[in-house]
Design a protein around this ligand. Sequence first.
Ligand SMILES: [Mg+2]
Length: 236
Amino acid sequence: MLLATDLDGTFLGGTEDERKNLYHFINKHTDIALVFVTGRGLHSVLSLFTGDLMLPVPECFICDVGATILNGDTHEPIEPIHSSIEAKWPGKQKILEKLKDVPGLIPQDVPQERRCSFFFDEDIDREKLEQTVQLLNCDLIMSADKFADVLPKHVNKGNTLKQYITLLNYPADEILVAGDTFNDLSLFETGYKAVAVGNSEPGLISATKNKPHVYHAKNEGAGGIFEALEHFGFIS
Ligand SMILES: [Mg+2]
C-alpha cells in the first residue's frame, strides 16, 4: 500500500506512543510506500529527522503545498512533474512586484519554492488581490482570516499526488491519504481512501462528511492514521 500523509497535526500528531507505534509499523513493513505531503519547505521537513531517529524516510516528498516534488532518497526533483509545475510559475519577484500595491498585504519572510505566502489584515483589498493573481495566471488561497497564498495554477497537494500516482501506475485502491486541515482538502478530493484524523479543522470535517471513501478518525494524528489502516483493512 501507499500512505500519503500530511505532517503537522497528522503524521507528527498524536501521543508519543501512537507515533512510535505507527512509525515502527511502517519501518517494519518495507512494502508500505510512504509519501509526505506538506506545506513545509524541504529544509523544514529534513530538520525533523535530526530530532527523531524513528521517523520513517518517505520515498517521495511533496512540499510547499504541492509546488515541490522530490525523491525521498536523493532529494532530486521528480520529472516530468517538477518541470510542469515550474513552467506555470511566474517567479517570486514578479509576484511581489505585481502585488506590492495591494493594500493590507504583507509578504511572509520564509524560504519557499514556487509558492509565495503573505499575511493580510483588515485593510485588504480582496478584489484587487484576486484580479492581480488572476492576471498572473496563478491560484490564490486565503485561510484563517490572515494567510494568503499564491501558487501556480491548479497546483495543490492532491493534484501533485495524483500525478505521482499516475507516474508510478500505482493501484488506486491501495492508497490511503491523511490530513487534518483545510489545505488538505485537495487530497480528499482525489477519490483515494482517506482519513481526517481526530481534532481535524471543522471546515475539513464538514467538506468531507457523507463521503464514503473518507473515514473520520477518533484518535488524533498518528493514532488516527493507525485507526484508518485498520478501518480500511490495510491491517488485519
Ligand atoms: Mg496539518
